[in-house]
Design a binder for this molecule. Structure first.
Ligand SMILES: Nc1ncnc2c1ncn2[C@@H]1O[C@H](COP(=O)(O)OP(=O)(O)O)[C@@H](O)[C@H]1O
Ligand SMILES: [Mg+2]
Length: 292
């Protein structure tokens, strides 16, 4: 079973989409089949991976509304092991249209179910709001990854998100874990960054990702070329740091265990599934066009 990671923070401009694109592409570069689901009507992850605006293309909106099968929504990207379910600005309507729908918080979870064997990682890029779209992502996810900037009152800014995660755990998705908190756009040399990092370390402990993402112009430029940073400039500090973050997360899920525990056997399953999937690389999309 693949791991579903929601990249969430209700604040805009903290690096969610940059993290979603570059983490997903780094997973793919590590040769694990990865799906990025753009859950944001702003569609920045979609355009950032080079997909042109197309209102007729099946997207996350259709998937949530049950108007299309999820298989039809999956598109190839320029990377062999990376696929995307694109978004479109019409997705904003789902927030209202789903209000009275049955199992409205479970729409994405139910839809992604048939894909979980096909991808080792499914990364969800959330909108900058704690709306029904983010709620669907958090209910569909095994874990939430929170990108944050190192600034004063950083903790206050995410209390609401942590409360939401807690609420979802106690009701809609008891299994929801905290994948980690990742510091983005970091300028490590400043005292402020050092102080905030120390504070976050005290608060989150192990959950603060060891990898931090520096402020790096290549990360900001890459989306305008429709490429993940590691395709645009693999030697940039930005690309390298996301590759490291992906390795850190992969390592958490393929841990070296001293004794055979439940978790260890879970990890073996992942490793086996991985080999099995790699044998059928021609799947999943027959209409796959690598030049897209
Ligand atoms: N590490 C970084 N270095 C430089 N620019 C960045 C970095 N991370 C994000 N950006 C830029 O900051 C802006 C906001 O990032 P984005 O990922 O879109 O945030 P969000 O999805 O949370 O709104 C974008 O213009 C993006 O290119
Ligand atoms: Mg975004």
């Amino acid at each position: 079973m693949g791991r579903v990671i929601a990249v969430a923070n209700q604040k805009g401009g903290v690096g969610k989409t940059t993290t979603a694109i570059n983490l997903a592409s780094s997973f793919a570069a590590a040769e694990v089949n990865t799906l990025l689901v753009d859950c944001d009507p702003q569609s920045n992850a979609t355009s950032g991976l080079g997909l042109a605006k197309d209102p007729d293309r099946i997207n996350t909106y259709h998937v949530l509304m049950g108007a299309a099968g999820v298989e039809e929504a999956v598109r190839p990207t320029s990377m062999e092991q990376l696929w995307i379910i694109p978004s479109h600005k019409n997705l904003i309507g789902a927030n209202l249209e789903l209000v009275d729908a049955e199992r409205r918080e479970f729409r994405l979870r139910d839809a992604l179910q048939p894909l979980r064997d096909r991808f080792q990682f499914i990364v969800l890029d959330c909108p900058p709001a704690l709306d029904l779209l983010t709620l669907n992502a958090l209910v569909a996810a095994d874990a939430v990854l929170i990108p944050m900037q190192a600034e004063y009152f950083a903790l206050e800014g995410i209390t609401e998100l942590l409360d939401t995660v807690e609420r979802i755990r106690s009701s809609l998705n008891p299994e929801l874990a905290l994948e980690g908190v990742v510091l983005t756009m970091l300028d490590e040399r400043t005292n402020l960054a050092q102080q905030v990092m120390a504070e976050l370390k005290r608060f989150f402990g192990e959950k603060l990702c060891a990898t931090t993402i520096p402020r790096n112009i290549r990360l900001a430029e890459a989306p305008s070329h429709g490429k993940p940073a590691l395709v645009y400039d693999v030697r940039s500090r930005g690309a390298e740091s996301y590759i490291r973050l992906a390795k850190e997360i992969i390592a958490h899920h393929l841990p070296v265990q001293e004794a055979p525990t439940e978790e260890a056997s879970g990890a073996q399953e992942v490793a086996v599934a991985q080999t099995a999937e790699q044998e059928q690389v021609s799947e999943p999309a027959p209409e796959m066009d690598k030049s897209a």
